[in-house]
Design a protein around this ligand. Sequence first.
Ligand code: F0G
Length: 453
Amino acid sequence: MSEWNYRTIIEPFKIKMVEPIPFTTAAERQAWLKKAGYNLFNIPAEKVTIDLLTDSGTSAMSALQWSALMRGDESYAGAKSFFVLEGMVKRIMGYSHVIPVHQGRAAERILFSVVGGKGKIVPGNTHFDTTRANITASGAQAVDLPCPEAAASQDDYPFKGNISLEALERLLKAKSQNIPLCLMTLTNNALGGQPASLENLRQTKKLLKKYKVPLFIDAARFAENAYFIKIREKGMSGKTVEEIAREIFSLADGAMMSAKKDAFANIGGFLALNDPAWAQKARNLLILTEGFPTYGGLAGRDLEAIAQGLLEVLDEDYLKYRLRSTAYLGEGLQRLGIPIICPVGAHAVYIDAKEFLAHIAPKKFPGHSLAVALYLEAGIRSCELGSLMFGQDAKMELVRLAIPRRVYTQSHIDWVIEVFERIVNKKETLPGFRIVSAPKELRHFTARLAPVG
Ligand code: F0G
């Protein structure tokens, strides 16, 4: 498709198997919201018409992934499927040790149990919420050092996922002996799904090398990031995404990956690294809670599906469509005057709810108000990333419309845009929210809320 030159970038797949999507009435949705304590995580999926809660674990697998499941070797130790996955991870990332886990946060828990602990500091471009929680749970401190451009949501800077090299150097100068590693999250999910540039990664590596601090990559959306590098970074257009990915990983000492994103798997992940001592400790922890090192909490068939997914995500026709289809949603919202984080990332469109619902103060959760309104209007489920999710650490009040991979077509997205048209017309009437009850950590998953005003 690469030489094709049409305005419309069609979905580069056809559909072999379908599942119906549910339709509900406004009265049903109102009743479900009340029952759910106005928390969309508490709504049963069969009451959701278009589910944009997350792009994680929600991908449609390909025919080749489904057939790969049948090749799954379920041997307890040394399963053939492990070596298939190990081979694929080594091909793309080049690390010596590949440790499967049941999903990304298990890799986080294991890695930070090995390298974290009291007094340690883990900087990054911006940690995702589970990463932050696992760093903190180990006793260490998670420090976000996003580049200053990331703060200007309407600015078109192409690599807002970069880390601030100045801030990193300041921290390294003062505390390098307490920093076990620096983590670059690709793409930067907590700040709008923005990519980091290869140049920023190179400079980060250079700086870290000076202070003898290892670099790790959160690779959940590495292929999307690599494709952004290909189309946005000077001198990169002639390289394949696989070459760019290999270059990214060659700069780092290891990576964690939630395979539920760019590997199109419904479950799974892995930790891959070079340091044999860290790998040994990680495997010991793995055996304690995940399983034997050649399956790590997964079935052999999952390992096969992940390996096949890692191969498929390098397909540049897919990545071109992926970026285009997400931008298409962003453009639709912009036509309606809805403020979004620019430029649009690959896995989601992020709405600036603080600006869109300026009548609702951040402490009354404007992002949550918009998410509730979308569900109430038409059964669309989205996710707040603001004061409800991050509490005091919130830098913005965002609503994320995450796009599951290969699941929805352009007409689904057109319909979502049409629903927004109605929301725009009544936005002044949307209420703020207050928390009725919530746990201390990761409160957004289980909090109960009520409308105010
Ligand atoms: N890192 C990043 C950048 C993520 O976005 C996620 C999950 C994880 C790690 C944890 O992986 O879910 O497999 O344990 N993000 C999901 C999301 C939940 O909706 O963005 P996991």
